[in-house]
Design a protein around this ligand. Structure first.
Ligand code: ADP
Ligand code: MG
Length: 243
């Protein structure tokens, strides 16, 4: 299967603190990969390095056969190929739901407002929020906001969707509706990289699970291996604490 993104020897330090150490990792087209691990293990930093919200300290990010960390590379066009969903939604509070899902398309992708709104509606329908086009974020529940954030990212029609603990800020009764949308997306063949603490979800949707510990990938493999038969003691200990 074709690799969408390949990371080689990626490292990231904040001052003297080495948060990511020599990470090798790739995502294939259509693959759903869940990243699990304790708080502070570097999961968010890894996602933020992949979409260049953080500048990696070393290593390579290969996209379409090129190292996008090469100075001459067009980082801007690379970033439009990655959709990001954050724990805290990060919606534009001054825009309504339709605006949230269309302004980026107009500004960044230079689509017409009309085309952008049509595409936005299509993805709002996918997440079940097409009935709320005129609502402002403050009128929505957490689960609804996160579904709009997912539609906004999808509206840019990225190659890969990155999710950083998309349900961690939600009230428990709203977690299910967001996970349901994500499961449906996983079944459409979308390429997804998901940091999550929802172990049942990870077990169910992942093609592959990556366990991070103290800035390294301690173990990766199919969900059956990671959850039922981990090879590493530290994976087993983490799961014992979590499940
Ligand atoms: P996780 O998402 O697995 O909880 P993070 O990637 O957020 O872990 O953090 C990994 C480590 O990097 C933590 O020790 C955290 O304090 C540190 N860190 C993350 N972002 C920054 C930053 N901007 N400046 C300094 N340290 C940071
Ligand atoms: Mg995090």
């Amino acid at each position: 299967m074709e690799k969408v993104i390949e990371i080689q020897h990626l490292s990231k330090s904040f001052g003297a603190h080495e948060v990511l150490k020599d990470i090798d990792f790739s995502v294939k087209k259509g693959e759903v990969v869940c990243i699990i691990g304790s708080s502070g293990s570097g999961k968010s930093t890894l996602l933020r390095c992949i979409n260049l919200l953080e500048k990696p300290s070393g290593g390579q990010i290969i996209y379409q056969g090129e190292n996008i960390l090469d100075n001459k590379h067009d980082i801007h066009s690379y970033r439009t190929k990655l959709g990001m969903v954050f724990q805290q939604f990060n919606l534009f509070n001054n825009h309504n739901v339709l605006g949230n899902c269309s302004v980026g398309q107009v500004k960044v992708l230079k689509r017409s407002k009309e085309e952008a709104e049509k595409i936005a509606l299509k993805y709002l329908n996918v997440v079940g929020m097409d009935g709320y086009v005129n609502a402002k974020p403050k009128q929505l529940s957490g689960g609804q906001k996160q579904r709009v954030a997912i539609a906004r990212a999808l509206s840019m029609e990225p190659d890969v969707m990155l999710f950083d603990e998309p349900t961690s800020a939600l009230d428990p009764e709203m977690v299910g509706e967001v996970l349901k949308v994500m499961k449906e997306l996983a079944n459409t063949g979308l390429t997804m990289l998901i940091v999550t603490h929802e172990m049942e979800f990870a077990k169910e949707v992942s093609d592959r699970v990556v366990f991070m510990d103290k800035g390294v990938i301690a173990e990766e493999g199919p969900p059956k291996q990671i959850f039922n038969n981990p090879l590493q003691d530290r994976t087993r200990e983490f799961l014992k604490r979590t499940l």
